[in-house]
Unconditional design. Structure first.
Length: 319
């Protein structure tokens, strides 16, 4: 409000009932909200609404403040488990020795000065990607320790992926390199979440195109299945005919995750069918799966994948 008054906006205008009041001292034009999409999923609606709320706090940020891991992830469009995605609070971080903001609907975490690094995205301060990664390990453990490992893997994959089509992400290139995250893990130790970071960071891969690919890799690798190759290119006479999400190179199995986009787009559906034929013609097996294969209970899919791999290896004369 102070900024608006400095610009000559009168008190009558600021008291307009058409202005939303997300925080004390902040007024927002209700009509300026990002338009809704009729085909949005529930999680997409939540993501859009809480991202807007996070950004509405921006005028109240002080010089040494930055958004915390959960709010920063929503602002950047990084994958979050539903429990954190739905958290209505604005998350902030401040360096040690700085006054902690205390407002309703706001939670603040203090970061050791030696780890404090920030960058600006869309005009707002966020933790440096490596610091964001470390902070997220703590939030994931506190939110749900049982799912923290796959959730952190998906988060790390999204940070380092250069895929322009990564869903919901608000930038086109990678925000961090795997070796930068690995170096930061050493700095983070022995902080809370360090063991989780040490375990999962070596498994991060750069070419992942969705959080479901990360979950697929985690589920199979955690069951003892050999590590899958991400975005392996299958070529005929130098021309790419298929690029499965994940591939078992030894057993020649192409794993592809089918999201809702594959159902609603006839063009994508036709491409999917053609790709299966092309993969089969190259002597590979095409294995398609959906989220129900991986969550909440992946045990049936895991058993199927191991049995399929054994059959393929016998067929190829490798057993």
């Amino acid at each position: 409000m102070a900024d608006a008054q400095d610009l000559g906006v009168g008190r009558g205008r600021l008291r307009n009932p058409g202005l939303a009041r997300p925080f004390r001292g902040v007024r927002v034009d209700s009509d300026a909200a990002e338009p809704a999409d009729e085909q949005e999923s529930t999680s997409a609606v939540v993501r859009r609404q809480l991202r807007a709320r996070d950004l509405q706090y921006a005028p109240l940020l002080k010089e040494a403040h930055a958004y915390g891991a959960v709010s920063a992830a929503r602002i950047l469009g990084l994958p979050l488990p539903l429990q954190l995605l739905r958290d209505p609070r604005v998350h902030l971080v401040v360096p040690d020795g700085t006054n902690v903001p205390r407002r309703p609907g706001v939670t603040t975490r203090i970061v050791p000065a030696r780890l404090w690094r920030t960058f600006t995205f869309d005009g707002v301060p966020l933790p440096h990607p490596a610091l964001l990664y470390g902070l997220m390990s703590r939030d994931l453990l506190r939110s749900s320790a049982s799912s923290a490992r796959p959730d952190l893997l998906g988060f790390g994959d999204a940070l380092v992926s250069g895929a322009e089509n990564y869903p919901n992400r608000r930038w086109r290139e990678n925000l961090a390199a795997p070796d930068a995250l690995q170096r930061y893990v050493a700095e983070w130790s022995p902080g809370f979440g360090a063991a989780l970071l040490r375990e999962m960071t070596p498994q991060i891969r750069e070419k992942v195109e969705s959080p479901y690919e990360s979950l697929l890799r985690f589920v199979l690798h955690d069951s003892g299945y050999p590590e899958l190759t991400v975005q392996h290119s299958l070529r005929v006479r130098g021309k790419e005919v298929a690029r499965p999400d994940c591939a078992d190179l030894e057993a020649k199995i192409a794993y592809d995750f089918e999201g809702l986009g594959h159902l609603v787009s006839p063009k994508q559906w036709r491409r999917d069918i053609q790709r299966v034929r092309q993969v089969t013609n190259l002597g590979w097996h095409s294995e398609r799966l959906t989220i129900s294969d991986l969550w909440p209970d992946p045990s049936a899919f895991v058993a199927h994948a191991h049995a399929l791999r054994e059959r393929r290896l016998r067929l190829l004369g490798k057993l």
